[in-house]
Design a protein around this ligand. Sequence first.
Ligand code: ZN
Length: 281
Amino acid sequence: MRLATISGRISLITASDTVIDLAGHGWFGPNIQDAYERWDELLEFSKTITEPGTPLSDIPATEFGNPAPQPRQLFAIGLNYAEHAAESSFPPPEEPPVFTKFVTSLADPSGTITLVPGKVDWEVELVVVVGRRAHRVAATDAWSYVAGVSVGQDISERVRQRVGPVPQFSLGKSYPGFGPIGPVLVTPDEFDDPDDLELGCLINGEQMQKGRTSDMIFPVPELIARLSAITPLLPGDVIFTGTPAGVGFGRTPQRYLAPGDELVSYVRGVGEMRHLMVAGY
Ligand code: ZN
């Protein structure tokens, strides 16, 4: 199943690529967070839909919003791919480094991203959205607590991120617009293997990152087990699962986002986000 926020309303995309506005079905409000709060009801309801809906191809990409706009908790994982750890001058971690992106950084899967002073970098990531309250779950059960996955960009201003005396990951990655997610949420059962997805990003058509989630040091089930061992994960919560190699600060010479750059971020089987960088501040 695929779920989206389209024109601000919770929408289901059927297997035949038609769009059903779920907010028109009485018991769901227009906000997609409702779906995560009532995930089992939604799964049951989705099996009963027979109406034709609107062709997906009739809907402009700009109508798609963030499919996980109101997490109560947002977790982000650092150094979760060995090659990215190496380009960051770290050994592969024995514990996943965890930080947050504050929720005001969340943004839609298309539009502009306003650059800030410093060094603004890209990090394409698989985003996981929680569908059931998860506390102390085993890795072997973890996917059953996931509503679905989407594409995320963990946009990062590297100067603030690394300012002393200890790094400020959460602040450096939380300027407005620095956390776009979308364009759709795809349930794990839609993939042959949800632990092996291709993801990448391009700037002005040039491939910058390309990786596979099977290269994660801590795969999604392991992340959920380790996070939920401490903190209950709540419906609608978001996990940015880390970025593969190819970010700007790891390149020689280093490269950062500039006004006019177009950033395209994708996860194969989910879709792509498209953002234009604009000057600001
Ligand atoms: Zn990241």
